[in-house]
Ligand binder design. Structure first.
Ligand SMILES: Cc1cc2nc3c(=O)[nH]c(=O)nc-3n(C[C@H](O)[C@H](O)[C@H](O)COP(=O)(O)O)c2cc1C
Length: 325
């Protein structure tokens, strides 16, 4: 493994290992604080209490860590991504405006952290272009703040943003002026829906299927016969409730079969109707793939969860007829 592209691939592969993020500090020869962002930090031993991390030989802070004999490891909180970025930059004065105090070994301790380990450098090992520092933990302090997580070259968003309140929601709309912001949820939901739905509408028009027929077939393909009254009830939320004329037209075209049970009128999908609906469903499936491929899988899973929660919360009493998984 010696080409540049191999080493890039290796770096990417290593990035698949999710880690916390630390800032490790020490004192420079001139008694100035020195610090660096590090995610190679790891536990080594409980008895004696040992930790390790590796430092690039090219780091400007290298000689300070090499000579100081002590260092402090700050496990960062989920709020400290900017501080992490600042301490990952070489050649800037990283401590400007950053408050710290000296710990029991005289090394700098930042004001905020999830955990702080004060360490004495007990061993150093050669590690290729890095040097591995093993430190004996002399003291540590733990706050219960959530940690910053790093994966695949970026911070994972684990911030607890609390519960949505009416202030958050009302800020996206100005009802007095009749205007709304681009992050008004209903605007986003509606626009995403219309844009994704458009190719399906076009396919329906081509097949001379109107929306009440499309929705009716989508329900009937899921199961057995329904009364027309049941089907209308299931489709109430769409605003595209099939009329008797719609049912008659669908039956005349051979898409559904109408039968009678006592007073009730029953409808069932025909084989031809299922084939027509399948061809429209395949347009919908292609549209979903074209749109969603490349999205972050975690984001998509959260979006689906939120949409399911909305469906449940706004359900006017429509029975579930669809497999939820
Ligand atoms: C999340 C993250 C983790 C890092 N981990 C390490 C590490 O373990 N060891 C290291 O030498 N550099 C690591 N770096 C890079 C250093 O923070 C960066 O090179 C820094 O600019 C070095 O500072 P200095 O030149 O002032 O010493 C990391 C950077 C980031 C953003």
């Amino acid at each position: 493994m010696d080409s540049q592209s191999d080493s890039k691939k290796f770096r990417n592969a290593l990035g698949q290992f999710a880690t916390g993020v630390t800032i490790i500090t020490t004192m420079g020869k001139d008694d100035k604080p020195v610090g660096i962002t590090v995610n190679s930090f790891s536990a080594v031993s409980l008895e004696p209490p040992l930790v390790l991390w590796s430092l690039a030989k090219t780091a400007l802070s290298f000689s300070s860590f090499n000579h100081a004999g002590h260092f402090n490891v700050h496990v960062l909180t989920s709020e400290q991504d900017s501080l992490s970025n600042r301490f990952a930059r070489s050649g800037i004065d990283k401590f400007t405006g950053v408050e710290y105090r000296k710990g029991i070994t005289g090394m700098p301790i930042l004001n905020e952290y999830a955990v702080c380990f004060q360490c004495k450098t007990s061993l150093q090992y050669e590690g290729g272009d890095h040097v591995i520092f093993v430190g004996e933990v002399i003291d540590f302090d733990q706050t219960n703040k959530p940690p910053l997580v790093f994966h695949s070259g970026q911070y994972v968003d684990t911030k607890d943003r609390g519960i949505v309140n009416s202030e958050d929601l009302s800020s996206t709309v100005n009802v007095d002026y009749g205007i709304y912001r681009g992050d008004f949820f209903l605007y986003l939901l509606g626009r995403a829906y219309y844009q994704m739905y458009h190719p399906i509408v076009q396919a329906m028009e081509k097949a001379h299927i109107n929306e009440p027929a499309f929705f009716s077939m989508s329900v009937l393909c899921m199961g057995n016969s329904l009364t027309t009254q049941q089907l209308r009830h299931i489709l109430e939320h769409t605003g595209k409730i099939p009329t008797q004329k719609d049912f008659n037209t669908m039956a005349e075209r051979g898409l559904i079969i109408i039968t009678h049970a006592g007073d009730a009128q029953m409808v069932t999908i025909s084989d031809y109707g299922r084939r027509v609906f399948s061809s429209l469903l395949s347009v919908a499936q292609t549209q979903e793939e074209d749109t969603l491929i490349g999205f972050n899988a975690g984001d998509l899973s959260i979006t689906k969860k939120v949409l399911k929660d909305i469906v449940e919360k706004t359900n006017p009493g429509i029975p579930t007829f669809i497999n939820q998984e």
